[in-house]
Design a protein around this ligand. Sequence first.
Ligand SMILES: Cc1cc2nc3c(=O)[nH]c(=O)nc-3n(C[C@H](O)[C@H](O)[C@H](O)COP(=O)(O)OP(=O)(O)OC[C@H]3O[C@@H](n4cnc5c(N)ncnc54)[C@H](O)[C@@H]3O)c2cc1C
Length: 653
Amino acid sequence: MFYLLRPCRLSQSIALPHNLHPPSRYCCPVLNFTTMPASRYAKRKPSVSNVPNSNGSVNGTNGVVKSDPDQPPPEKKRKTALVDTPSKPSLSSDPLREPHPFHQHAEKHGIVLRKYYPHEMSTARAKAYNNNELPRPIELLKAAQADTAKHRANAPVMGAVVHWFKMDLRTADNTALFCASQKAQAAGVPLIALYILSPQDFEAHLTAPVRVDFMLRTLAVMKKDLAALDIPLWIETVEKRREISDRIMELMGEWGASHLFANMEYEVDELRRDAEMTRLLAERGLVMEVLHDTCVVPPGRLTSGSGGQYAVYTPWFRTWVRHVHENLDLLELVESPTRNPESTRQQLAHLFECTIPPAPENKTLGKEDRERFRALWPAGEHEAMKRLSKFADQAIGKYQQNRNIPSSPGTSNLSVHFASGTLSARTAVRTARSRNNTKKLDGGNEGIQTWISEVAWRDFYKHVLVQWPYICMNKPFKPDYANIEWSYDMEHFNAWKEGRTGFPIVDAAMRQLRSMGWVHNRCRMIVASFLCKDLLLDWRMGEKYFMEHLVDGDFASNNGGWGFSASVGVDPQPYFRIFNPLLQSEKFDPDGEYIRKWVPELKDVKGKAIHEPYGRGAAALASKAGYPKPIVEHKGARERTLAAYKRGIDSGL
Ligand SMILES: Cc1cc2nc3c(=O)[nH]c(=O)nc-3n(C[C@H](O)[C@H](O)[C@H](O)COP(=O)(O)OP(=O)(O)OC[C@H]3O[C@@H](n4cnc5c(N)ncnc54)[C@H](O)[C@@H]3O)c2cc1C
């Protein structure tokens, strides 16, 4: 006899033997069964019209998912369906595939046809998503889960259970890892942990070398921690990303494992891959369980009054808070995995011997960078907890006052941990709440409230990604804004990248990025606005450059931040709202402390001249020190940008 445990808000259920009583305080009220928080994963009513029905069908198609122009025809599907094909824009007469007229410019600059990545989606196709005429990738996964639900609930556990680590590099409060461990323990078989290093994935996702280094160091920490529980962590490099699923199935065959657990990644290729894998494993009598984990509130749960997804943060956040208050088990933590059977060490001895592979050559840090970054970003979940506790004890109370001052250590510096999954968002919110005088997430100390609302931004952008998947395909959130004719002036772009624009606050931020792999949020906004509004450069060039250099690079948050700053994203400001870099500098770095730290040429400039040395009497000093003159004049640039935005939006291409 089996009890049904719902570990996921989607359609899958995990069957656990009735004699399993894990020592946990997470009691499922219905089954009186100690398990993970129930409503965290309760099935919810779909919020959009094209979610699968109980048969897994989409749009009333009785199980036949409407044909997807991003995908190859069905007979070729197995070979090519796992990722979006990086082919040339098709010249077919299908209007959903028509290339955008500005493609040639963007392509030349590596924006729309980068390696292992699809070209910019057509506006017609993006709009088809908006009209719910196409199934979103998450719906493909839901359909795969619905179609395999019975099999997954009944398949017996054999040999071993595997947890596939992706961007969830921690043992504490890791949903899929916990479920895998429970499953293995109940069946008396070992749990095997797996990490696949994919150089092509790193290229496709533009993963920064500093981020790869952080992840590899984290794997070393995890390997040790897991080994202490007699759980092997097998790490393997798979060169071609399309071969990952086959290789995992091969490994499962070698290990005699019947079940694979993983947490959900919400990017398009990853959802499609997991949908495909769920079906493939089921065809072979195996089981794949893909669970929500990274957000406090899983994407798809929060709907506006009209039943749609929110595109504006403030009302979304109010709903987010209300939802968490009503479902407090969303903040319950699951336990770390339990120890493997004693025989595992002997039985799987070779798996314990695996070593951490080196970074791919094109993602390897030079010696100097490596040393600097390692000192700045100690890796692993223990470091994340140390940093979180220190911030919660010493700085969170004043977060509201300090968070916008880039020279102050007023923010948590935890984004690297959220991005690699070395810290769960639940742990972060609970820790912040524990320092407050109320259990309400929107009450008590202002600093704590504000910090929690910042952590919620992370959820927000992932919800956006799931609902509007075309943002993954180089398309602005507002498809109409795809018609702005951007500049591709490489002199301007290089000056921006190198911190030589002649705008001290911009240059300080860009140099901080190069030096730390991290930039203060206020400065990310300033340099993003400067790139697309003052220089009128294609915002996707900046988005890409950030990903290539950030230690905390996260597709959803980065795309959201860039879209917001370029006013082509969610929560849009009116397009005519353009940051004035000088005013931003005076307001948020009033004494020029931040500028002096990162732009040493200006360290001797006194007073307000620091914000604008050439316009405020420090020209000789700046010039002598080699600091450049401004590359654009803000007022004129502003007018040029306003005109370009208006032309683009009015053109209705
Ligand atoms: C153009 C641009 C690009 C960005 N790219 C990324 C990125 O690739 N990865 C990333 O994690 N954040 C990104 N952000 C958001 C934000 O700048 C960073 O999360 C923040 O600076 C990290 O510093 P912290 O950990 O000290 O943040 P804190 O102020 O301590 O905030 C706590 C946590 O909340 C989350 N958070 C805070 N602000 C935001 C936000 N605006 N959007 C999403 N999450 C937020 C982060 O996980 C952060 O660690 C970007 C913002 C902009 C404007």
